[in-house]
Write a protein that binds this ligand. Structure first.
Ligand code: GP9
Ligand code: MN
Length: 661
C-alpha cells in the first residue's frame, strides 16, 4: 500500500510519449515532403529505404534537445524545435519550387535570391501549404492545452545521452549504407540533391553549415598581402605568346567540347582491327587542327568539375573535394568574364541537373551569361538518357537551335556525358563490339567512346552545314581518365605492354584538339596540361594574359615550360617523371641515374610550390584583393539562369534564321 502511494506521488511524466509522437510525426512528414516536393531521382530499393529512414536519426537528435530544458520549459522547447525544423523544411520546398535547388547558407545571404523570389514568393505559396504546419499546430495545442497535465520533472543530463547516442547510431548506419551506394559522398559533395536523397534534409543542413564555416574560416584568415607573392610568381612564370598564333582566332566564336572520360590511348587505337574513334583520329591529321598528344588531365576528386575549373581559370582544383562545390562564392577572373570585354556572350550546355557540381552557382561567379541544363532538353525515349543526362547525340542535336539563339561572337562549352563510367549504352546504339578482357569497366569503355566519336562528328557536320565552322574555333579536351589504375591488368592485355609506373602516368594523358579555320595544324608533342588551356585559348583570340593570375602557360609559346604538375604532386616532363617517391626516366621507364637527380628535385619543388600557391588563391579567395586593370569584376547577382535568350525563328523553306540575332 505504502509503496503504491509513493508511486502515485511521483510526478507523472507525460513528456516522453509527446516526444515520441513528435519524433514519429516529424520523421514521417519529412519523408513525405522529401518524396513529393523534390526531384531526387531515387532509384532502387536501397535508395528508397535510405530516403525513408534518413530523417529518423535527425528527428530524434534535434527533438531530444528539448530533454535538456528544465521543468515545463521542455514542452516549449519541443514546440520551438519542431516549428524550426518544419519551417526549414517548408522553406526548402518553396525555394525548390523556384530554383529547383536546396537552400545553402551562402545563397541565403545573397540578396539576388531574394530579389528573384521577392515578387514571386506569394505565387510560390499554395493554399494547401498550411498542411506543412498542421502537425506543428497539433503539438502546439497539446503543449498549451490546460487539459494536458505537463510534467515538471527535470531529466538528468545523463539520461539524455542514450537517446542521443541512439539517434547518432541510426544516422551513422544511414551514412554507412549511403557510402556503400555512393562512395565519397561527403568528401566529394557531387550534388546537393545526392546529400538530401541519401542523408535527408536535416543532415544536409548540417553538412552545408559545416562546409560554409570551413570555407569562410580559410577565407577570413587571408589578407591582401598574400596576393603579392602570388603575383610575383605568376608574372615570372608568364610565357609570352607565339607570334605565329597570337590572334589566329581573333573575333571567332569559341566552342569547347568537354569529352567525358576520353583518354589519349584511344587515339588511333584499334580494337579487333577496328578504329574506335575514327572521327577524332582523322582530326589528328587535319591540316587546320592542332592535336596535342602529350597533354595531361590534372583532376582529383572533383573530376569533371576540376577540369572545368582549370580551363576557365587556369587555377588548380583542390586536393580534396571540388572547388566548384566549396568555393562557389569566390571571386574569379574566368574566361567568360575576361572575354565579355571583347563582346563575347557566354553559355554552357549540359543535359544534366543544373545543381550537379554546383554549376548553377559557380557559373555565375565565372560570368557565364546563360546555362542550358536538362530543362532545355527532352528525351523522347529511354535510350536518349544516360546516367548523367541526355545522351550525346540528342544532346548536341537539340543544342543546335539553342546555340543559334546566342549573339555572336560566343564563348560556349558543351559537356558530354554518354562516355561516363560504367559506359552503359543500349545495344541498338552500338556500332563496335565490346572488348573481351573479362574486366567489365574496360570492356564496355569502347562502345560509348565510339558513340561519342559519332556524336562529335555529327556536330562537326552541323557546324559545317550551318556555316558556323567558318568563324568558330573548336577546342576539345578529355576531362579525366575513364579507366583507373585498378584495371591495369586488362589494359595491359589490350595495349600489349606492361603497365609500368611511367606507362601508368602516361595513361593520364587526355587528347586536346584546337581546330579553327585557317589555323596551322599538326601534331604537337609539347608536354602540357589542363591548367594551360586558358592562356593558350586567350592568346589565340588575341587577348594578352600577363595581368591575370594564371598558373598555366600558353602551350604554343616558345617560353612554355614543359612541366606537368599532377594534382597529387607528381610530375611529368620530357626529362623526368616523379611517381610516388621515385624519379623515372620517361624513355626507359627505369629510375633515373644520379646525374639527373638535381634537376628532378628542382622540377618537383617547382610543381609543389605552384600547387601550394594556387591552393592559397582558391582557399583564401585571394582574387577578391586583386582586380587586373581593365577587367570588370563579376557580380554573380547579375545572372539568372531561368532567363534564356529568345529562340531564332526559321523560315520553313530555307531553314535559315529570319530574326536578327
Ligand atoms: C555530371 C557530369 C559527370 O554532370 O559532368 O561528372 P564526373 O562524374 O565525370 O565528374
Ligand atoms: Mn567527367
Amino acid at each position: 500500500m505504502e509503496k503504491n502511494d509513493s508511486i502515485k506521488k511521483k510526478p507523472r511524466n507525460k513528456f516522453i510519449p509527446l516526444l515520441a509522437l513528435a519524433v514519429v510525426m516529424l520523421w514521417l512528414k519529412t519523408y513525405y515532403i522529401q518524396k513529393t516536393q523534390f526531384k531526387l531521382d531515387v532509384e532502387g530499393s536501397l535508395q528508397e529505404f535510405l530516403l525513408f529512414i534518413n530523417p529518423l536519426g535527425s528527428a530524434i537528435l534535434i527533438l531530444s534537445i528539448s530533454l535538456l530544458f528544465k521543468k515545463k520549459r521542455k514542452y516549449y522547447a519541443l514546440l520551438a524545435i519542431y516549428f524550426a525544423a518544419s519551417f526549414m523544411t517548408y522553406a526548402n520546398a518553396v525555394y525548390y519550387r523556384f530554383f529547383s535547388d536546396f537552400i545553402t547558407l551562402p545563397t541565403l545571404f545573397q540578396t539576388q535570391n531574394f530579389g528573384d523570389l521577392g515578387g514571386s514568393v506569394l505565387t510560390l505559396i499554395q493554399p494547401t501549404d498550411f498542411l506543412f504546419f498542421a502537425d506543428v499546430l497539433l503539438i502546439g495545442v497539446i503543449v498549451f492545452s490546460k487539459r494536458f497535465e505537463k510534467s515538471t520533472h527535470t531529466f538528468k543530463k545523463r539520461a539524455v545521452v542514450p537517446v542521443m547516442t541512439a539517434a547518432l547510431a541510426i544516422s551513422f548506419f544511414n551514412l554507412a549504407l549511403a557510402e556503400g551506394d555512393r562512395s565519397d559522398l561527403l568528401t566529394r559533395g557531387f550534388d546537393r540533391t545526392y546529400i538530401v536523397k541519401y542523408l535527408g534534409l536535416y543532415n544536409y543542413a548540417v553538412y552545408d553549415a559545416v562546409e560554409t564555416v570551413k570555407s569562410s574560416s580559410q577565407r577570413v584568415l587571408a589578407d591582401s598581402d598574400s596576393v603579392t607573392e602570388i603575383l610575383n610568381y605568376t608574372k615570372s612564370n608568364y610565357a609570352s605568346p607565339n607570334e605565329q598564333y597570337f590572334g589566329a582566332a581573333e573575333g571567332m566564336n569559341v566552342i569547347y567540347l568537354h569529352l567525358e572520360s576520353i583518354q589519349t590511348f584511344l587515339m588511333d587505337y584499334e580494337l579487333n582491327g577496328e578504329e574506335v574513334t575514327p572521327f577524332l583520329n582523322s582530326l589528328t591529321r587535319d591540316p587546320e587542327t592542332l592535336y596535342f598528344d602529350r597533354f595531361y588531365h590534372q583532376t582529383a576528386q572533383g573530376k569533371t568539375s576540376d577540369a572545368e575549373f582549370m580551363l576557365e581559370n587556369s587555377l588548380f582544383g583542390l586536393p580534396k573535394g571540388s572547388a566548384f562545390i566549396t568555393k562557389g562564392q569566390n571571386t574569379y577572373q574566368a574566361a567568360p568574364a575576361i572575354l565579355k570585354d571583347k563582346g563575347y556572350t557566354s553559355a554552357v550546355f549540359h543535359g544534366n541537373n543544373a545543381t550537379f557540381w554546383n554549376r548553377s552557382e559557380i557559373y555565375k561567379a565565372f560570368g557565364y551569361d546563360y546555362f542550358f541544363d536538362i530543362d532545355s532538353y527532352k528525351a523522347d525515349s529511354p535510350n536518349d538518357m544516360a546516367e548523367y543526362g541526355v545522351m550525346d547525340k540528342p544532346f548536341l542535336e537539340q543544342s543546335e537551335v539553342l546555340l543559334e539563339s546566342l549573339p555572336e561572337p560566343f564563348y560556349t562549352k558543351f559537356i558530354t556525358v554518354t562516355h561516363h563510367f560504367p559506359y552503359k549504352i543500349a545495344p541498338e546504339l552500338t556500332t563496335i563490339d565490346k572488348a573481351t578482357t573479362g574486366d567489365a569497366s574496360v570492356d564496355n569503355y569502347f562502345q560509348t567512346a565510339r558513340y561519342a566519336d559519332e556524336a562529335i562528328e555529327q556536330f562537326f557536320t552541323y557546324l559545317e552545314e550551318s556555316g558556323l565552322a567558318d568563324n568558330t574555333m573548336v577546342v576539345m579536351y578529355g576531362d579525366h581518365y575513364g579507366i583507373s589504375d585498378n584495371h591495369n591488368r586488362a589494359m595491359s592485355e589490350l595495349l600489349g605492354k606492361e603497365i609500368t609506373p611511367v606507362e601508368n602516368t602516361k595513361l593520364q594523358r587526355v587528347p586536346l584538339f584546337i581546330h579553327a579555320p585557317g589555323l596551322k595544324g599538326g601534331v604537337d608533342h609539347t608536354y602540357g596540361a589542363q591548367i594551360d588551356l586558358l592562356p593558350t585559348v586567350l592568346h589565340l583570340l588575341g587577348e594578352d594574359t600577363q595581368k591575370y593570375v594564371q598558373f598555366g602557360t600558353d602551350l604554343l609559346s616558345p617560353e612554355h615550360e614543359e612541366l606537368v604538375v599532377l594534382r597529387n604532386g607528381e610530375i611529368a616532363s620530357p626529362e623526368v617523371y616523379s611517381i610516388g617517391d621515385v624519379f623515372y626516366d620517361p624513355e626507359t621507364g627505369e629510375p633515373i641515374d644520379d646525374s639527373k637527380l638535381e634537376l628532378a628535385e628542382k622540377l618537383k619543388e617547382i610543381g609543389n610550390y605552384e600547387l601550394e600557391l594556387s591552393d592559397q588563391v582558391v582557399n583564401g579567395d585571394l582574387l577578391r584583393f586583386y582586380t587586373p586593370t581593365g577587367f570588370e569584376e563579376v557580380d554573380p547577382s547579375d545572372y539568372n539562369y531561368q532567363i534564356k535568350p529568345p529562340l531564332p525563328v526559321y523560315e520553313a523553306e530555307t531553314d535559315a534564321p529570319v530574326t536578327a540575332k
